[in-house]
Design a protein around this ligand. Structure first.
Ligand SMILES: NC(=O)c1ccc[n+]([C@@H]2O[C@H](COP(=O)([O-])OP(=O)(O)OC[C@H]3O[C@@H](n4cnc5c(N)ncnc54)[C@H](O)[C@@H]3O)[C@@H](O)[C@H]2O)c1
Length: 350
């Protein structure tokens, strides 16, 4: 094996901590530098992780010729400018979800990727859970036949973050659609085999967050600067005739401990449910309905696994494990959902 790829992590406060173990465990990469505009957290994380190459300006990290991979873990609003600058500096980029909050930004990132010839991947960690991989493998064998409908949701009763990076549209780009909608939508489109989305009809609501005394079990009082949706629902149409019904919420009078995240994918021969990983098959010859439990055993923590998969793909010159084009479809649907909600009618995504 050649020398290990050198990784610089940008934005080291929150989610970055789930990436560190992946870089430490990876046989293909090693973490050598951090950048953050908050020098206190920068120094703290440097001390915790034994990293001495610390930058309070990400551009300086990008200028370091030793760095091969940039891992972007900053708030959504700066994903695109940072990723484009890193790609232009000749770095491979893994970037937290959403790749960017708007389709236009993702298109610019794809352009920069193509110009640089480097790899760009969105950190969609749910794809790296063993349960999701087992389901994807079953669907890949044609276990449910032609897929014509899916339902997915990610609902919290009282699980809204309250920092501006999530609930100020200027910084986050949107509410639960952009925060958690990208997770369940990405997973569902991946299971469906990425049919081309052509139209969406959506609604958004901000009702509970606007009530006097509104609070979130995850973040305390709802702040005054909150200007995003708390709930959204959509019906998506695809070019192959398939459809998807999607619901996401941070605040909803729905019975769940923490979070209710589920997906059904329906085909002409069977259906699958995640995360229970049940396969339901209809056998017309035997006049039987059969339910099978797909086995899966978690191989590790999915955020760490996604970093390791990225480094391996770079090292082996294989395609990006989560291509930016697939994230463009996710954000095109969510952007359409917002446009449809504002217009009060279905909108075209073509
Ligand atoms: N995959 C997941 O499950 C998951 C969970 C939470 C957050 N996220 C994503 O991770 C990203 C970060 O979220 P978080 O909760 O870790 O936020 P955070 O606020 O805890 O951390 C972000 C860090 O980025 C730094 N930063 C901001 N602008 C910067 C810049 N221009 N250059 C360098 N550093 C900068 C901040 O100072 C901060 O330390 C978001 O895109 C979010 O959607 C993903």
């Amino acid at each position: 094996m050649g020398k290990k790829l050198k990784v610089g992590v940008v934005g080291v406060r929150g989610i970055a901590r789930t990436h560190f173990p992946g870089w430490v465990e990876s046989p293909d990469a090693e973490m050598v530098a951090f950048a953050d505009i908050d020098t206190k957290i920068l120094k703290q994380r440097g001390k915790e992780q034994g990293i001495t190459l610390l930058y309070d300006n990400a551009q300086e990290l990008f200028r370091n010729p030793e760095i091969d991979i940039v891992d972007i873990c900053t708030p959504n609003g700066v994903h695109a400018p940072l990723a484009i600058a890193a790609l232009n500096a000749g770095k491979h980029v893994i970037c937290e979800k959403p790749l960017a909050p708007t389709p236009a930004e993702i298109r610019s990132m794809i352009k920069a990727r193509d110009k640089s010839g480097k790899m760009l991947m969105t950190a969609q960690h749910f794809r790296f859970q063993e349960s999701a991989q087992a389901l994807k493998a079953a669907l890949g064998t044609g276990a449910v036949g032609n897929i014509y409908h899916a339902r997915s949701w990610m609902l919290r009763r009282s699980g809204a973050p309250t920092s501006p990076g999530f609930v100020s549209k200027k910084e986050s780009g949107g509410g639960p659609c952009i925060d958690i909608g990208v997770h369940i939508l990405d997973l569902t489109l991946w299971m469906m085999g990425h049919p081309k989305p052509v139209a969406v009809s959506g609604v958004t609501q901000a009702k509970l967050a606007k009530k006097p005394g509104a609070f979130s079990d995850w973040g305390g009082p709802i702040p005054k600067f909150w200007d995003v949706e708390e709930f959204a629902a959509a019906m998506v149409r695809f070019a192959n005739g398939a459809t998807l019904v999607l619901e996401v919420s941070w605040l909803l009078n729905h019975k769940t401990e923490g979070e209710d995240m589920q997906m059904w994918v329906y085909g002409e021969q069977g259906g699958v449910h995640w995360p229970s990983n049940e396969l339901l098959v209809t056998d017309n010859k035997l006049k039987q309905h059969r339910n099978t439990q797909l086995l899966s055993r978690e191989k590790g923590e999915p955020h760490a696994l996604e970093c390791m998969a990225f480094a391996k793909a770079v090292a082996e010159r294989r395609p990006s494990p989560v291509p930016a084009e697939q994230s463009l479809d996710v954000i095109t649907i969510l952007d359409g959902l917002y446009r449809s909600a504002a217009a009060g009618k279905e909108v075209s995504l073509m």
